[in-house]
Ligand binder design. Structure first.
Ligand SMILES: Cc1cc2nc3c(=O)[nH]c(=O)nc-3n(C[C@H](O)[C@H](O)[C@H](O)COP(=O)(O)OP(=O)(O)OC[C@H]3O[C@@H](n4cnc5c(N)ncnc54)[C@H](O)[C@@H]3O)c2cc1C
Length: 552
């Protein structure tokens, strides 16, 4: 079972402490306790357990969790080129964001692995990523036929006809076999149980078997409702963390071996900065004593921005669905290998050619997802269908920073959306909106549509589409990169290729923050793979010799 209480005598009895029982944290807790049965592991989660909690477990109800009591709900700073009203949901519950996301599951592309390696993430190659993803415990499969409604099926068919692209039966099989996705449309693969519609989140797949007693892990303690407020640094060594239990009791945990930070791309850098680990100038200006000057903490903030185009339907959407966003389309806008012309050395330092892999992606939403259009005065149709073009490999880079030493003040998230000097990000959104209209004009999908609600027929030129597209821009909820992995020579890297924090001993980071750059696809499987690899690396340092598979 999970617990909300540990005593001060227990506090000194752990070998490893995992901060954050989220997507990567759950993988690491499960694997480390399996690989190292003689080591004691504590995982600390700020939120409650999701075990037997159908509010969380029923995938279709995901939207109801956003903005509620299980959401940290981070605002963004003013975005002069984009939308300043975006709220970034981050889950506060066991399983982290995999407990409130849509569980769309894509394998990492080979190209993204090559970019990572070119940025100093040695060993994070495609072969290794595929091995790690093969090893995941989540139940992942294409949306079941019983969850495919006719509107969505017609949409996929129209994507294929209008754009002259194939229908892909299994996106992940395609990535596994060819290394990427080029143009194509199809139903997503989703981490869920098609029989009961429940999530196969990180906690369900990795922790629930332990909570049910189906797997015995006497060496693992899962502490919920406990907030980690400080990483304790002595000299150049991390000694552990301070935390507050649900009861209000404060404890210091000093693991014998390592502290592993898995609080996510927002809360890991936030905790590091509040603990004095980060850019010296920022910390000194706020009066936070500097424990370790590390300039990259909070920098390199990335996301998948998306925009939206909305139609009113002339009939209600049939009820079959997994979570109202069951299918998607991948397109290619630029000429082959255009990425080699990218002048920014921080984005593609080795000028790696991108062939003709997808550079536009679109989800469909079978609900009125009108939160950003309504503010501009557009109406909200009862029966709606939305397409949300996003930027798979965005070029704008932002930063996360503290504005106060007060730990209750949320950090500033400045994504700097649509600020890349070449205007690549904005152009991708315009191309996506135009493609969406082409698809909407194509039968059989076109037969379902009554009218375009937003932006509406009056918005036509590229300039108009760009302005609209950026004003109503939203997030696919994929912040990453704020504690990036990189080569020793890169002063802005926060962790090395084995996830150890630069210049400090006995501490690693394993969450979406370590991504050197954003993978082309929705990132959850890549985060789970980071968790799997972190567990292998940590266990190997403690003498684990693996399961007989070669470690690349
Ligand atoms: C609404 C939404 C929809 C998404 N949909 C998809 C999708 O369909 N497919 C996809 O691939 N990706 C999706 N994503 C992105 C994906 O879910 C995340 O990238 C991924 O889950 C992040 O994992 P993580 O381990 O980095 O962090 P998290 O999963 O966020 O884990 C961090 C954990 O740390 C805990 N924590 C934080 N601070 C502290 C502290 N100080 N003390 C103790 N505990 C702390 C948190 O409570 C949380 O449980 C979505 C995200 C959101 C928000």
């Amino acid at each position: 079972m999970t617990t909300e209480v540990i005593s001060s005598s227990q506090a000194a009895d752990f070998d490893y402490v995992i901060v954050g029982g989220g997507t990567a944290g759950c993988v690491i807790a499960s694997r480390l306790s399996e690989y190292l049965p003689n080591k004691k592991i504590l995982m600390i989660e700020a939120g409650p357990s999701d075990f037997m909690d159908d509010r969380v477990l029923k995938l279709k109800d995901w939207l109801a969790l956003l903005g509620g009591d299980l959401d940290y709900d981070y605002p963004t700073t003013e975005q002069p080129n984009g939308n300043s009203y975006i709220r970034h949901s981050r889950a506060k519950v066991l399983g982290g964001c995999s407990s409130h996301n849509t569980l769309i599951s894509f394998r990492t592309f080979e190209y993204d692995c090559q970019i990572w390696e070119s940025m100093g993430a040695r060993g994070w190659n495609f072969k290794t990523m595929m091995r790690l993803i093969d090893n995941l415990r989540n139940q992942i499969q294409p949306v079941h036929s019983r969850h495919r409604n006719q509107v969505c099926k017609d949409w996929v068919e129209s994507c294929s006809t209008a754009m002259d692209i194939p229908i892909i039966k299994d996106f992940n099989q395609e990535i596994r076999e060819t290394g990427s996705l080029k143009q194509g449309a199809g139903f997503f693969s989703v981490a869920y149980n098609p029989d009961d519609g429940r999530r196969s989140s990180a906690s369900v797949a990795y922790i629930h078997p332990i909570l049910r007693g189906a797997e015995k892990r006497p060496n693992l303690t899962i502490l919920t409702h406990a907030w980690v407020s400080k990483i304790n640094v002595s000299g150049k060594e991390v000694r552990g963390v301070d935390l507050t239990l649900k009861s209000g009791t404060k404890l210091t945990i000093s693991p014998r071996l390592e502290t592993i930070l898995c609080a996510g791309a927002v809360d890991t850098p936030r905790l590091m900065l509040l603990s004095g680990i980060g850019p010296q100038e920022q910390l000194s200006n706020l009066g936070i004593p500097v424990a370790h000057d590390l300039p990259g903490v909070g920098e390199n903030l990335q996301d998948h921005p998306e925009s939206i185009i909305i139609w009113e339907l002339n009939a209600p959407i049939p009820p079959q669905t997994t979570m109202d966003s069951d299918a998607g389309v991948f397109l290619r806008r630029e000429i082959p290998n255009a990425a080699t012309n990218n002048a920014d050395p921080n984005l593609n330092p080795s000028k790696l050619p991108d062939g003709n892999i997808a550079d536009i992606m679109m989800h469909c939403y079978q609900i009125p997802f009108c939160l950003n259009t309504q503010r501009l005065g557009y109406d909200v149709p009862v029966h709606a269908f939305c397409m949300t073009p996003n930027i798979p490999r965005p070029r704008s880079r932002g930063r996360l920073y503290l504005t106060s030493a007060d730990p209750s003040v949320k950090p500033a998230l400045d994504f700097r959306y649509f600020t890349d000097p070449e205007g690549y990000d904005a152009a991708t959104i315009v191309a996506g909106l135009k493609a969406a209209r082409q698809i909407a004009n194509q039968a059989p999908f076109s037969k379902w549509l009554k009218r375009e609600v937003a932006p509406g027929a009056k918005i036509k030129t590229d300039e108009e589409l760009s302005e609209y597209g950026r004003k109503v821009a939203h997030t696919v909820y994929h912040p990453a990169g704020t504690t990036k992995m990189g080569a020793k020579s890169n002063a802005m890297a926060v962790v090395d290729e084995v996830l150890k924090v630069r210049g400090l001993s006995r501490v690693r980071i394993a969450d979406a923050g370590v991504f050197p750059s954003m993978p082309t696809i929705n990132p959850m499987l890549t985060v789970l793979a980071v968790g799997e690899r972190a567990a292998e690396l940590i266990a190997a340092d403690a003498g684990w010799r693996g399961d007989g598979n070669p470690r690349l």
